[in-house]
Design a protein around this ligand. Structure first.
Ligand code: CA
Ligand code: CA
Ligand code: CA
Length: 456
């Protein structure tokens, strides 16, 4: 689906700018365009019927459209999902009740209940109680019944001695609005990021668990290496889950494990690791007992050592990573360094490397970034939260101006209303436009930003 902006002369003498999404390769013909245009105009307004004129003009118009589209930013309408989410931390969008509408699950280290919010009323339903120190979650419909199972990490703390690092699997018990069954998976100190990935290319996802650090690593520099573990889902989810090692060589803090399709065979997924090493790619070969892992550094990111205000932690590398697309070209977006101030884009240099380009340095403390084509121009846009070291703050959107990835239009999102620690993008209202959900720390909230389309 491509997005076109067209300037048209109407028969009544007026002019119109029309935004169209069409499924066609290259510039659309007049015949392809015409049926989409007529219904858009009020009675008496007709598109010129000299389609030859229109066709001759089309190339110029599409060129102008590219220029105009560079300025196209989106209007958002806020929906308050939860205004009492003290210290909001992580959020995901997933259809919990199998009605075709993505719902929201949000969590906080300061709230012991895990709650999902039902789309579209955002009615809260508590899934599990008394899980202190909730920190991360990831979904996977293991049994294929349409309702996801949710892997959850809780009892997190930055200090291994204070963090049990529990990992559990939540499964519904017939009614997803009721309490869910909680099965223990593991307990590893500072368990912090969890993900599901098909690393073997079999269709069966493995559960990944990344502790923030190993027990021997201490602040402020967290020197040493941290592990990454995986588990195969046992037939009986309540039976023991066997912990297996992906690698024990992740330097410093490991912040995010992002599941990607990056290279290698078509079926297998890989992992991007965002942490003190920068940005690393973990790929698997073999399967079953012959499953082997290879870790490759993609880019070290920001390696300038900076102490935080309290002097309790240094910050280097990357904090999060996502893959975006500018048309057919893929690129990488990171937040740097860990808990850092920069939004960074990596562009393919076509020589096997990635050119690093800092597009924003105005975050106080970035924590998660999201990606999606918000304005429908075929170029992915970037959403960056700023949890701002516990202060009230603002979120940010960056619109790709063109396919080069070198020009971005910055807009604030929800000025001083969202200290986003986490975000997700999904089409919550089913209108085809990607919407944003964010969860705020100091603002204690979860909000959906409903994409109203390109601003008039
Ligand atoms: Ca739903
Ligand atoms: Ca876009
Ligand atoms: Ca939408």
């Amino acid at each position: 689906m491509r997005s076109y902006l067209m300037a048209l002369c109407l028969r009544d003498g007026s002019a119109a700018i029309v935004h169209l999404k069409l499924r066609c390769a290259g510039a659309p013909s007049a015949a392809q365009v015409a049926p989409h245009l007529q219904p858009l105009f009020a009675p008496g307004h007709r598109v010129i019927d000299n389609v030859r004129t229109m066709r001759r003009s089309l190339i110029l118009l599409l060129a102008l459209a590219g220029l105009a589209a560079a300025q196209k930013t989106v209007t958002f309408k806020e929906q308050l999902v939860d205004g009492k989410m003290t210290g909001g931390y992580a959020v995901i969008a997933v259809d919990v009740n199998h009605d075709g509408k993505p719902d929201i699950i949000g969590l906080s280290q300061q709230v012991k209940d895990l709650t999902w919010y039902e789309n579209p009323s955002w009615t809260p339903h508590v899934m599990a109680k008394d899980l202190p120190g909730l920190v991360n979650l990831a979904f996977n419909d293991i049994d294929g019944d349409g309702i996801p199972e949710i892997a959850v990490e809780y009892s997190f703390a930055m200090q291994p001695s204070r963090s049990e690092g529990n990992v559990v699997l939540l499964s519904h018990q017939g009614d997803p609005t009721g309490l869910w069954k909680v099965d223990k998976v593991d307990a590893i100190t500072t368990s912090h990021h969890i993900a599901w990935a098909d690393l073997e290319g079999t269709g069966q996802k493995l559960l990944l668990n990344a502790p923030l650090i190993s027990p021997s690593q201490v602040g402020p520099k967290y020197e040493g290496k941290a592990p990454l573990y995986y588990y195969r889902v046992p037939k009986d989810w309540s039976s023991p889950w066997k912990r297996e090692l992906v690698t024990d060589q992740l330097g410093g803090v490991t912040h995010r494990v992002r599941v990607v399709k990056w290279d290698g065979d078509a079926k297998r997924e890989q992992l991007f690791i965002a942490g003190f090493d920068g940005l690393s790619l973990i790929s698997a070969t073999g399967s079953g007992s012959n499953l082997k892992f290879n870790t490759k550094l993609v880019n070290p990111g920001d390696q300038i050592e900076r102490a935080n205000a309290e002097g309790t932690a240094y910050s280097i590398g990357t904090g999060d990573v996502k893959i975006g697309h500018l048309g057919k070209e893929r690129f990488l977006i990171t937040n740097e360094p860990w808990h850092g101030h920069e939004v960074v884009v990596y562009l393919d240099n076509k020589k096997g490397g990635w050119n690093r380009q800092v597009i924003f340095t105005g975050l106080t403390e970035g924590h998660e970034i999201c990606i999606g084509d918000l304005n429908g121009d075929g170029l992915d846009d970037i959403v960056a939260g700023d949890r701002a070291r516990g202060k009230v703050s603002t979120s940010h959107v960056f619109y790709a101006s063109d396919a080069s990835g070198t020009k971005w239009v910055h807009e604030e999102l929800d000025h001083m209303g969202m200290s986003a620690s986490g975000c997700a993008i999904a089409d919550f209202n089913g209108d085809g436009r990607p919407d944003i959900v964010m969860i705020g720390g100091a603002t204690h909230n979860i909000k959906v930003y409903e994409n109203q389309g390109v601003a008039k």
